[in-house]
Design a protein around this ligand. Structure first.
Ligand SMILES: [Zn+2]
Length: 252
């Protein structure tokens, strides 16, 4: 079978046999794929750097029924600084986990891959005022791209725009306090700044959002809300997010 050449980001790695790895790669041209990288757990492997988690590389592989076999790979960007900061690493791992959960194998999304690469670039280079904003913006843009853009303009129940201070996971958007009794499920309380931030995640590009100042406690609540919302929409919750939360607050 003919070799395939495409750029991609390693979003998951698992040890395989003695010296190999099974990689999940989100590629530009083929979407989410799985490949076996042979011998890459040896220190001397020439493919070591280009097949690690977070590596964005150009891959050449033989396609297979379940697994491709990597023939060649050249590192484009390693995002090395992510590995030297536990919080950044936990947040970036969460973003990879979202990509893994949100897409089926061979499903393509070059736009979201490009967005993720920008986010990792800003996070790794310390270029954002607050990394939680990068995470929130990615969460919102991803879930919208998947077809679950939440409604943030008017109450989902009465269409009013007064006192819309609650986000309802099950209603896919905001509701006003008068409609609270008419709905079931999880509600997140939003202050005006938090609602504005959610709206800006939808309408502003990452490039602009990275310079945003934010109250850290509010940013955490927004990240929690969006993670919960994504989990509800795609039917899978992120273990990496749970790990990140444990790391923030080891005593629970
Ligand atoms: Zn209402």
């Amino acid at each position: 079978m003919a070799l395939i050449k495409t750029k991609g980001l390693v979003i998951k790695e698992q040890p395989y046999k003695e010296q190999d790895k099974i990689l999940t790669i989100f590629t530009e041209d083929e979407g989410k794929i799985q490949c076996i990288a042979r011998g890459v757990r040896r220190q001397k492997s020439g493919l070591l750097a280009s097949t690690q988690i977070f590596a964005y590389s150009e891959f050449v592989y033989y396609p297979g029924k379940n697994f491709g076999i990597i023939n060649q790979s050249n590192l484009i960007e390693a995002f090395y600084p992510l590995r030297n900061d536990l919080t950044k690493m936990a947040l970036a791992s969460y973003l990879l986990d979202l990509m893994y959960n949100a897409y089926e194998f061979f499903q393509k999304s070059p736009e979201i891959l490009k967005l993720l690469l920008h986010v990792l670039f800003y996070m790794s280079g310390g270029k954002a005022k607050n990394d939680l904003i990068l995470v929130g913006a990615f969460q919102m843009k991803l879930v919208s791209y998947l077809g679950y853009r939440p409604v943030l303009e008017k109450c989902m129940i009465c269409q009013g725009d007064q006192d819309v201070s609650l986000f309802s996971i099950e209603n896919n958007g905001i509701i006003c306090s008068s409609c609270r009794e008419q709905t079931e499920g999880y509600l997140y309380k939003l202050n005006p700044a938090m609602l504005e931030l959610l709206r800006d995640f939808l309408r502003q590009p990452i490039k602009q959002l990275k310079d945003r100042e934010v109250n850290p406690a509010e940013a955490i609540k927004i990240n929690d809300l969006l993670d919960h919302y994504i989990g509800y929409c795609i039917g899978k919750s992120s273990k990496a997010y749970a790990f990140y939360k444990t790391m923030l607050n080891p005593l629970g």
